[in-house]
Design a protein around this ligand. Structure first.
Ligand code: ADP
Length: 260
């Protein structure tokens, strides 16, 4: 059952340097519980597509339907997690996670109960009173994830959320996110340029072409769940990774030719 439909979406940007066609006639169907990882060369329109689904940007043509209704702006049904830490620096971990619930007018006691549950789920129990600047990058991203999840969104939209983390922290965050997805079966669209990450996390890997971005390949990932990092060394993982590496590499080369 598809909950999100991207129908013929294109996006053209105009600037003093001229026009950029970032996305061209893109179609994508996302089913309930899909974990879509979106790969492609830098500048191919991944973030643009995600921002359009989030309602933070609008297509030049085409439309995005969520549960059959046209997306016209941001909403609590879509939780965003970005690469750079977007926590409110003046709020504690607890108040950052409570933020969306408070905006919805939920009584404080209920906000705190829900927030504490998600803070525990992301492994930050005991850090409720800390401020973002007192946390490591990985802990800040855990907080951002708890904040997005606390709103019980229909979908999680994640734009390279682990891109600024060191390798070990990144692997731990991947496992944490997968564990939460396996438990809660959220629908996720996750932008990354890391092929390992795309295969490890995704139930479908979608590869976009060089600009103007279109869907070039849409591959189901057959690796079983629950997944653990040891699977990264299995032949099935290596085979899919090799195929995707070829596909992405061809697009990176095409993107370089555009610049040359
Ligand atoms: P990706 O996420 O795949 O790296 P983006 O979606 O960020 O790619 O960008 C796609 C293209 O659109 C790039 O050429 C980028 O420079 C251009 N672009 C994105 N946002 C804007 C904007 N607000 N104004 C002008 N050009 C933009």
């Amino acid at each position: 059952m598809s909950i999100l439909q991207v129908r013929g979406v294109s996006r053209r940007f105009s600037s003093t340097h001229g026009e950029t066609l970032a996305l061209q006639a893109t179609d994508l169907d996302v089913a309930e519980n899909d974990f879509i990882t979106l790969l492609g060369p830098s500048g191919c329109g991944k973030s643009t597509l995600l921002r359009i689904v989030a309602g933070l940007d609008h297509p030049s043509s085409g439309e995005v339907l969520l549960d059959g209704r046209c997306v016209e702006g941001p909403g609590a049904d879509r939780g965003m997690v970005f690469q750079s830490y977007t926590l409110f620096p003046w709020l504690t971990v607890l108040d950052n996670v409570c933020f969306g619930l408070r905006e919805r007018g939920m009584p404080r006691a209920q906000q705190v109960e829900i927030a504490q549950d998600f803070i525990a789920k992301v492994g930050l129990k005991g850090f409720e009173r800390h401020y973002p600047k007192q946390l490591s990058g990985g802990m800040q991203q855990r907080t951002a994830l708890a904040r997005a999840l606390a709103n019980q969104p229909r979908m999680l939209l994640m734009d390279e959320p682990f891109g600024a983390l060191d390798h070990q922290t990144r692997e731990l965050m991947q496992e944490l996110l997968l564990g939460i997805w396996e438990q809660q079966r959220k629908t996720v669209i996750f932008v990354t340029h890391d092929i390992d990450e795309a295969v490890f996390l995704g139930s479908r890997v979608v590869v976009m072409s060089a600009r103007p971005g279109r869907i070039k390949l849409d591959r189901k990932v057959e690796l079983p769940h629950p997944r653990h990092y040891g699977m990264k060394t299995t032949p099935a993982f290596a085979e899919l990774k090799a195929e995707l590496t070829e596909q992405v590499r061809a697009e990176v080369l095409a993107a370089q030719r555009q610049v040359a």
